[in-house]
Design a protein. Sequence first.
Length: 312
Amino acid sequence: MTPQARVAAIDCGTNSIRLLVASRGADGSLIDHDRRLELVRLGEGVDATGRFSPAALERTFAACDQYAAVIRELGAGRIRFVATSAARDVSNRDEFTAGVRARLGVDPEVIPGAEEAALSFAGAMAGVEVTDEPAMVIDCGGGSTELVLGRQGPGGPVIEAADSLNVGSVRLRERFLHDDPPTAGQIRAARELVRQMLDGSAVDVSRAATVIGVAGALTSLSAIHQGLKIYDREKVHASRLTTDEIHRVAEVLLASTVDQAEAMGPLQRRRAEVICAGGLIVEEIAARMGADEIIISESDILDGIAAGMLDD
């Protein structure tokens, strides 16, 4: 592709659907022409029913209609629609595929966890300067959590170990954290599941010299810690959370109602509903890290998808 060509990357997860329209600058860097997010909760109820609900599909298709208009207006010549955790687990995926195709002209690619991990790693490594390796990227989504350990090689990122844990903020909230706020027993059960998954993970998080966190749970924890009332991408990007700070924020969220969590920072309602679960997952990972902080990156899987299309 020429440096002026524009592509549209769409990342459809369990809680959010996001769009990035980008091109390459003369220096090879990624130029954002539009970046936006809608919290559609596509994975609502999937853990229990194994199906996308009609309401969740309606919300997601409405976002696709919006994105189609943006893509046309900005003249993106190529679209890649990537679907992750929730779409792997449903029996009515054909209905989802047909709705996306009708609105955007492409089929959603339901990618495996390993590819999701690789794209997240590439996007995060492009957005944050890493001086100590190996680096680990944490992508805590609504349905799954990706852990990727690797290094920056001469031809791009080199992954040493990767894992996709079948637990994310929506899945954990729906399965265990039923009360508002959750009870001590519910929190213990949720912690036990996360710890079991980390015990069996192919990624040894204690090996990481640098840890980078991407996606909504981690960016939200940073925004809350900073006391932001209006989300500021520049203040969140490259911010740092120590393990102690992560512990404090997570414990406050687990003791708070959804209303209280929503009032803490620039959180949309559907994010506030599950942020306590995301905080718990990140807290458990942080407790095992060799590094003493997480660097937050706004550059993530979307950037990895766009860069891959522009490099083809």
